[in-house]
Design a protein around this ligand. Structure first.
Ligand SMILES: *[C@@H]1O[C@H](CO)[C@@H](O)[C@H](O)[C@H]1NC(C)=O
Ligand SMILES: *[C@@H]1O[C@H](CO)[C@@H](O)[C@H](O)[C@H]1NC(C)=O
Ligand SMILES: *[C@@H]1O[C@H](CO)[C@@H](O)[C@H](O)[C@H]1NC(C)=O
Ligand SMILES: *[C@@H]1O[C@H](CO)[C@@H](O)[C@H](O)[C@H]1NC(C)=O
Ligand SMILES: *[C@@H]1O[C@H](CO)[C@@H](O)[C@H](O)[C@H]1NC(C)=O
Ligand SMILES: *[C@@H]1O[C@H](CO)[C@@H](O)[C@H](O)[C@H]1NC(C)=O
Ligand SMILES: *[C@@H]1O[C@H](CO)[C@@H](O)[C@H](O)[C@H]1NC(C)=O
Ligand SMILES: *[C@@H]1O[C@H](CO)[C@@H](O)[C@H](O)[C@H]1NC(C)=O
Ligand SMILES: *[C@@H]1O[C@H](CO)[C@@H](O)[C@H](O)[C@H]1NC(C)=O
Ligand SMILES: *[C@@H]1O[C@H](CO)[C@@H](O)[C@H](O)[C@H]1NC(C)=O
Ligand SMILES: *[C@@H]1O[C@H](CO)[C@@H](O)[C@H](O)[C@H]1NC(C)=O
Ligand SMILES: *[C@@H]1O[C@H](CO)[C@@H](O)[C@H](O)[C@H]1NC(C)=O
Length: 685
């Protein structure tokens, strides 16, 4: 056989293969991996730069090692280096001549070290880095003075990361020499004041100030900035300078998770596209201002620059114009604020608006006709407000040709525009959960000519794919309610009185996700639902699993909190190879019929959620199925031995009782017989 013939040759060759890789001559090479001109020596317990690497390497990664000091001569062997990474090393300093021969170095990562200890000598080393473009100094416990010292003369740096340090106050000295700076990450410091800090950085485009202690951003005039992230501060006011004629380049402004009371005073001219204002205390005050209850309330506020009284910003708080230029807005995120209404003409000013997120505010009504949303609206989320009605005429609805995602859940909606859903040609997902709405009887909807309707219907809503109707108190779904639809998702959970009958059968060809948790579902036939992947029939008092689950291709099945005592083995065998997630807790399973559990347990692809909490009962106790002690069960029959004992004991007792009675009944004769026998015995007297 040729295979056998080869083996000795391979064995002979083996020593020759080993010899030419001389790990002994370069002791530290073994800890590094070379990929072309990149040496990867991460996580190798190194305390100094390895010396045995090829001289021409261009990138050297030494993250997660133990280098406390980078010595003057460390990099002399690698003059072509353009990228050096030393993150997570407990590094305290770089000696002042470390970079004497590193004139090509472009990128230096020193994140997560202790440079606060040796920042002065390190700053001397930095002076040689005349071509450095990217510098990461994040997580080094640097304060204002240390950072300013380190950054002196770094005139070529374009990207700088100072996140996770101890910076408090930024002024004109902080980044004075960084004339080329384009991106600056200052998140997760404790900055509370910024004063003229970026005047020397005319090229700065991306600035991240998230997670600091800033109380306000006033006099904002960085016209070249494209992205400003000031989320997670304590900002009450955002005011941009009003007297600038230039167009601001700002495209993304993130002010979420602050304490804004007013809509930000945006630049008069900008290209702002994404405005994130979620989780503030923002509302509009226009109606409050002209309310007769506060006739003398002030309508202007003056801002003083606390230190130098340099600029006073006087604003008409209630003036619409103060919103600035929002004409390019595409995303407006106002989740978690206190907005009760939109000022007149506000929505109209955003002809490109595509996503409006208003979840968790205080909207009381929404008149789509008067607001005049643009045709570009794609997502409208007004969930969790106080809406009791939505108004729109037919003409308005027909302009909302791009509206795809509409979330109306968690409101008090009792009235909706008639034919709302069939008039929106692109509508794919509607969430009406937790409202008081009913489903129209088709005949009823047909003849109605009203503009508003107390029930919903979605005839001809051919684009609709996902319909969420949780907790709407629906009890009856008209049998033809879903005819003509091609829903993939239908959520009907938490309609506690709901008896689902024939109505959903018309969706059997398309439905993939069906939620019937906490309803009154009993004997539903799922056999036609060939595409169903997700089924929730938890909290339905089911005593048996519907046999029609056998043929489904389910991935997720929620059976929690029913009264199931077992899962038939045939069904378990059929479901196990397909299921990915199954919920089974809260059922009183029978401890002696648990073969299904072993089937699921041994199928590695199933995640049995809360597996250790699945319990079973036998006549003596309730126990965890995972640690089942099945000694009380007989081997095959699956019945508890206790039943036999319980059956057997009365039989025994009855039998013994009968015996005693019989015994007592016949006792005299027996006695007599024995006496007679004794008497009959011949005696010897
Ligand atoms: C470094 O910058 C300071 C001022 O910031 C200047 O006086 C000094 O000459 C610069 N040194 C070098 C080596 O460029
Ligand atoms: C800055 O560094 C931090 C922590 O090392 C990191 O999470 C962040 O992504 C970096 N910023 C940028 C813009 O790369
Ligand atoms: C702003 O920064 C925070 C924290 O890093 C981040 O979670 C958020 O996504 C950023 N915002 C934008 C618009 O990128
Ligand atoms: C900017 O808008 C404000 C308020 O509408 C106005 O007072 C100011 O004159 C405008 N500035 C410029 C430069 O247009
Ligand atoms: C802005 O433009 C107006 C008129 O076009 C002019 O009077 C004013 O001086 C300009 N302001 C600035 C700051 O350039
Ligand atoms: C004025 O205030 C009262 C009570 O706060 C309120 O009912 C009314 O709607 C307000 N008027 C306007 C015009 O908002
Ligand atoms: C408003 O101001 C006028 C004149 O200053 C005063 O007469 C009136 O009492 C004030 N009204 C309230 C409600 O304070
Ligand atoms: C700002 O307002 C204060 C108080 O009214 C005033 O004394 C100061 O002169 C104003 N400064 C400017 C630049 O207008
Ligand atoms: C909705 O707005 C339109 C147009 O402004 C108006 O004619 C209609 O009366 C409003 N409807 C309600 C109920 O406010
Ligand atoms: C709908 O969206 C598409 C693609 O985003 C866009 O081309 C179209 O102009 C939009 N329609 C309207 C009426 O804005
Ligand atoms: C609708 O909004 C509610 C509350 O904000 C949220 O829980 C739900 O997931 C949203 N519905 C959809 C379909 O995204
Ligand atoms: C199934 O429905 C119940 C009742 O509404 C709910 O609590 C549970 O989270 C749902 N299960 C899944 C997996 O979504």
């Amino acid at each position: 056989m040729p295979v056998h013939g080869l083996t000795p040759i391979l064995l002979c060759l083996l020593p020759f293969w080993i010899i030419p890789t001389p790990s002994s001559s370069h002791p530290q090479l073994s800890q590094c991996r070379l990929i072309q001109r990149t040496a990867l020596c991460n996580n190798a317990k190194l305390s100094s730069v390895p010396t045995g690497l090829p001289r021409n390497i261009e990138e050297l990664q030494l993250n997660y090692n133990h280098m406390q000091t980078l010595q003057d001569n460390s990099l002399l062997l690698y003059p072509s280096l353009n990228s050096l990474s030393l993150a997570c090393n407990n590094l305290e300093k770089l000696e002042s001549n470390t970079f004497q021969d590193s004139k090509w170095l472009v990128s230096l990562n020193l994140a997560n070290n202790n440079l606060y200890l040796g920042y002065q000598e390190t700053s001397q080393a930095f002076k040689e880095l005349t071509g450095l473009r990217g510098l990461d100094l994040s997580e080094n416990k640097l304060d204002d003075e240390m950072a300013a010292t380190l950054l002196q003369n770094l005139t070529s740096v374009e990207y700088l990361n100072l996140s996770g340090n101890l910076l408090q106050r930024l002024d004109e000295t902080s980044f004075r020499d960084l004339h080329q700076l384009k991106e600056l990450d200052l998140q997760r410091n404790i900055i509370f004041e910024i004063d003229g800090a970026f005047d020397s950085n005319p090229k700065l485009q991306r600035l991240n100030l998230a997670f600091n202690d800033l109380p306000c951003l006033t006099d904002f005039h960085m016209t070249q900035l494209v992205v400003l992230n000031a989320s997670h501060n304590f900002i009450d006011w955002f005011i941009s300078r009003q007297d600038l004629n230039d167009t601001f380049q700002l495209e993304t402004l993130d002010l979420s998770d602050n304490t804004l009371l007013f809509f930000p005073f945006l630049p008069n001219h900008s290209h702002l596209r994404n405005l994130y204002l979620s989780h503030n205390s923002l509302r509009f005050y226009e109606r409050l201002a002209d309310n007769a209850t506060f006739p003398n309330s002030t309508t202007t506020v003056e801002f003083y620059n606390l230190k130098k009284y340099k600029s006073n910003v006087t604003t008409q708080l209630w003036d619409d114009g103060l919103h600035g230029d929002i004409s390019s807005l595409e995303i407006l995120d106002l989740r978690g604020n206190q907005v009760e209404y939109f000022p007149q003409g506000f929505i109209q000013k955003m002809p490109a608006l595509s996503r409006l997120r208003m979840c968790t505010n205080c909207l009381e009504s929404l008149n789509l006709t008067s607001e005049q949303f643009s045709g570009s609206l794609y997502e409208l989320d007004v969930s969790n407000n106080r809406l009791n009605q939505i108004v729109a005429d037919e003409g308005t609805l027909s302009t909302l040709g791009n509206l795809t995602y509409f979330n109306l859940s968690l409101n008090d909606l009792a009235w909706l525009p008639s034919r709302l859903f069939s008039s929106l040609p692109s509508l794919r997902s509607v969430d009406l959960s937790y409202n008081k709405i009913d489903i129209c009887h088709p005949e009823e909807a047909e003849i109605s000519t009203d503009t508003v309707s107390a029930c919903v219907d979605w005839r001809n809503a051919v684009s609709l794919g996902q319909l969420y109707l949780k907790g709407c108190n629906i009890e009856l779904i008209p049998s033809s309610a879903f005819t003509g639809l091609s829903l993939t998702h239908l959520e009907l959970s938490d309609n506690t009185g709901l008896v689902v009958q024939q109505s959903i059968q018309s969706l059997s060809e398309t439905l993939q996700h069906l939620g019937l948790g906490h309803t009154h579902t009993q004997d539903l036939d799922f056999s036609g639902f060939k595409r169903l992947k997700f089924l929730n029939i938890s909290r339905n008092s089911l005593a048996h699993l519907p046999p029609s689950l056998l043929n489904l291709d389910l991935k997720v099945l929620d059976l929690r909190d029913n009264i199931l005592s077992t899962i038939p083995q045939g069904l378990a065998n059929a479901l196990a190879p397909k299921l990915h997630v199954v919920f089974l807790t809260g059922n009183p399973f029978n401890c002696c019929q648990t073969e299904w559990f072993r089937t699921f347990e041994t199928t590695k692809t199933i995640n049995m959620v809360g597996q250790s909490d699945i319990e079973c009962e036998d006549p003596v106790r309730t126990q965890r199925l995972l640690h089942l002690d099945s000694s009380v069960c007989l081997d095959k029959s699956g019945e508890s031995i206790f039943w036999y004992i319980l059956l057997f004991v009365p039989i025994c007792i009855s039998f013994m009782g009968i015996s005693v009675i019989v015994f007592l009944t016949f006792k005299p004769t027996i006695l007599q017989k024995s006496i007679k026998k004794k008497c009959l015995k011949p005696t010897s007297y």
